[in-house]
Design a protein around this ligand. Structure first.
Ligand SMILES: Cc1ncc(COP(=O)(O)O)c(C=O)c1O
Length: 393
């Protein structure tokens, strides 16, 4: 009944969401532990009136105008989405026909794999560089129709500098470069000015992380008008609800609230990285609202499951090169304390085995699976076997 490629593809599986009433500490999907600005609630209540009988403005004018004022970008260069996931979906739909090439780092945000599979696009998955650096030169060499740089990258939190991204944009010579800045408010710099200088650059932002609005579904796309015009053709007519438009505009109007929360989260991130390192983890410096805690070569599945039994959700990516890592979202100080308390006894035996010179069991098979998967992604579409489901972000 369906296209063969759809029947064969693995579905995107989002991170676990607790059932109503279930008390779990949620450090698995990089949400913000602090609530959104009170102005957001007031705006939603106001929007939930008689006007709900009318369709919302198709271009989400109130939100786009607020973004234009705040970021100093003309409104013709801004497109609002139902979360940045919708904007990514529009981008893949508008750019990639069957067999066209899309390039991105491996590992990165796994939704890109799903969107590529829907389009039957060819994926050039480029391994991260030393220290998990963004592999920009290798991405450039792919000369793909669409190159995506998740910056900071998930799940490792590494950041490419705007000057490096500018070199990539220039080198791609008219081919599209999308910079997914879902986490950039937690980073030391961003690449938004590039959209004014390069007609092939697209910057995507999410309100789900720094603005604490994951439940509202709001994202923004910045690009030059000819790019926006093409994306508009594949957009749902009324893609944001009236509530989402008002909520997003109110969040932008109270930018101080967001910055205050981001500052708190960055401070907790610094303390948590230090504490994890003291416990014996390797923690690459993160520019996002999550950290990667690694014990190189040791499969962390059992540790993630142990935390789950103790009521704490973190992310483990069993089929990735990061099978030996936990991705931990930054929570409140109390949530992080609970995490460290639960983690300590789970990790002690692992570190003791390593100190005795043993490496533990069942480590290489996961890695072998990972390499097989990377190879499968790189095979031409015609030879591909359907990948096993990969949990999403
Ligand atoms: C890198 C990246 N891009 C985009 C998104 C999607 O964000 P949104 O909630 O705005 O759809 C996520 C969500 O986790 C993400 O990790």
């Amino acid at each position: 009944m369906f296209r063969k490629s759809i029947e064969q593809m693995a579905p995107y599986t989002p991170g676990e969401q607790p059932r109503p009433g279930q008390r779990l500490i949620k450090l698995n999907t990089n949400e913000n532990p602090y609530p959104p600005s009170p102005r957001v609630k007031a705006a939603i209540v106001k929007a939930a009136g008689p006007l709900l009988r009318l369709y919302p403005p198709p271009r989400a004018d109130e939100l786009v105008n607020a973004a234009a004022r705040l970021y100093g970008i003309p409104r013709e260069m801004i497109l609002a989405g139902n979360g940045s996931d919708e904007l990514l979906a529009m981008l893949f739909r508008a750019v990639l026909a069957r067999g066209d090439k899309v390039a991105y780092a491996l590992p990165t945000y796994s939704l890109y794999d799903t969107l590529a599979a829907i389009q039957e696009a060819r994926v050039a998955a480029v391994p991260l560089g030393p220290g998990f650096a963004q592999p920009l030169a290798a991405l450039l060499a792919e000369r793909a129709a669409l190159t995506i740089v998740c910056n900071p990258n998930s799940p490792c939190g590494s950041l490419a500098m705007p000057s490096e991204l500018e070199d990539l944009a220039r080198g791609l010579d008219g081919r599209l470069l999308a910079i997914d800045e879902a986490y950039v408010d937690f980073a030391e710099c961003h690449a938004l000015p590039l959209v004014k200088r390069y007609p092939n650059v697209i910057v995507l932002r999410s309100f789900s992380k720094s603005f604490s609005l994951a439940g509202m579904r709001v994202g923004l796309c910045f690009a030059q008008p000819p790019v926006i015009e093409q994306l508009l053709k594949v957009k749902d007519s009324y893609n944001l609800s009236r509530l989402a438009i008002s909520a997003g505009a109110a969040a932008l109007a109270d930018i101080g609230w967001m910055r205050h929360n981001v500052d708190r989260i960055k401070r907790i991130r610094a303390m948590s990285e230090k504490r994890l390192r003291q416990m014996g983890f390797e923690v690459p410096p993160s520019q996002a609202n999550f950290m990667l805690a690694r014990i190189p070569g040791h499969d962390m599945a059992a540790v993630a499951a142990g935390l789950r039994r103790r009521g704490i959700l973190v992310r483990h990516f069993p089929q990735s090169v990061f099978y030996d890592s936990l991705r931990i979202s930054i929570g409140t100080p109390a949530q992080m304390d609970a995490l460290f308390k639960a983690l300590e006894p789970l990790i002690r035996p692992v570190l003791a085995t390593r100190a005795n010179g043993a490496t533990g069991k069942d480590e290489r098979p996961s890695r072998a699976r990972t390499i097989r998967r990377a190879a499968a992604i790189l095979r031409p579409q015609s030879q591909q076997v359907p990948p096993r489901p990969v949990p999403g972000q």
